[in-house]
Design a protein around this ligand. Structure first.
Ligand code: DAH
Length: 358
């Protein structure tokens, strides 16, 4: 059967040319290309044809369909009723731009960065220890005795050796694989980094050691099982408590304002002797008394002291030649004070409504 569509093509073409408005064009589109249109009528006949005829018949119909579509589009454009061009290949340069969502540093990262920045300007270098530590570095090397409560299983996350064999810590590639002979734990403070920093550097030295620490505390408004600390040590031949005071005063004035006063209260830590706890004058109420300072005018921000000889020896330093001072502070605590945040959990919930405020 020979197929000749020329009569349909001719009719369609003349009708399209004669169309004078959008409605007429739509009508012709439906008449020829619609689901019950002329072309569909012919398509429906394909199954009745001999198999060898189907291809020529079908492709002829297809060409016709393409031609009619093109004529309709041409006429539409000529009448000025063309649908807006599709998104592809068309940019409306008059539309206002889309503002990209800019990311920002997490408030804790900002505060940790500020703390490290201040100490770096005072000559400290940044050193990072691993979060999985040996029981030795976390306790023994720091002169923390067996009976100390922090060594209790309720106060520290111990790790079964088999869980970490062969694992390498990502930060600075501390080889935990080599530590599997020892009891491992999630460090309960950043102080064990003191030991690693001393082993990695010759005295005199001054390092600041930021990072995460872990304690199995029940989570509430002021406790989290994971939080951040910044530890610092400085070792030199003649270093004294007055150097520690000078460094901490310089830090506090930069961090909390130039009028900040410091108060050193005698205290006890196994890894320092003598030891002190440091309060700053409340920068929120100018020491007049407010809820943040519990009406005392003072806010505790860190622990510090002169490094215990046991600790210097653990780091491989000769205690006849070298002395050092040490301090440690909590990043969340400082961030909460600075930003007026009253619930530590807000830092860890990834709620954009909270995070976008910083
Ligand atoms: N490691 C102590 C803690 O987690 C904080 C601390 C106190 C660190 C005094 C020090 C220090 O280096 O000298 O509570």
């Amino acid at each position: 059967m020979s197929v000749d569509y020329s009569y349909i093509a001719a009719e369609a073409k003349s009708q399209i040319e004669a169309a004078s408005d959008k409605a007429a064009i739509e009508g012709l589109r439906i008449k020829y290309l619609g689901r019950k249109g002329v072309l569909q009528d012919h398509m429906a006949k394909i199954p009745e044809l001999a198999p060898e005829e189907r291809r020529a018949y079908g492709s002829g119909l297809n060409d016709l369909k393409n031609n009619i579509s093109a004529w309709l589009a041409e006429k539409e454009a000529a009448l000025g009723v063309a649908a807006p061009p599709s998104a592809a290949g068309y940019v409306d340069v008059t539309l206002p731009g889309k503002k990209p969502v800019l990311g920002r540093l997490h408030p804790l990262t900002q505060v940790e960065g500020q703390i490290c920045d201040i100490f770096c300007r005072l000559g400290f270098k940044v050193f990072k220890g691993p979060e999985v530590e040996t029981e030795h570095n976390n306790f023994v090397a720091l002169n923390i005795p067996l009976e100390h409560p922090s060594r209790d299983a309720f106060d520290t996350f111990y790790i079964k050796k088999c869980q970490v064999s062969g694992v390498r810590c990502q930060e600075k590639a501390h080889d935990i694989g080599n530590m599997t002979q020892e009891t491992l734990l999630l460090r309960s403070h950043t102080s064990p980094a003191q030991i690693r920093a001393m082993k990695a550097a010759e005295p005199p030295m001054a390092v600041i050691m930021p990072g995460r620490v872990y304690r199995p505390d029940a989570v509430d408004a002021s406790h989290s099982f994971m939080f951040h600390q910044v530890e610092g040590i400085a070792v030199d031949a003649q270093i004294r408590f007055s150097d520690l005071k000078g460094v901490l005063i310089a830090f506090a004035r930069e961090m909390f304002g130039k009028d900040t006063k410091l108060r050193f209260r005698p205290s006890f830590f196994p890894f320092t002797e003598p030891s002190a706890e440091v309060d700053i004058s409340c920068f929120l109420c100018k020491a007049k008394g407010c809820p943040a300072c519990k009406k005392s005018g003072w806010i505790e921000i860190l622990g510090c002291g002169m490094m215990h000889p046991h600790v210097l020896r653990s780091g491989g330093y000769d205690t006849k030649k070298w002395r050092g001072f040490a301090f440690g502070m909590g990043v969340e605590r400082i961030a909460m004070l600075k930003f007026g945040v009253n619930d530590i959990r807000l830092f860890f919930e990834n709620d954009m409504r909270f995070l976008e405020q910083f």
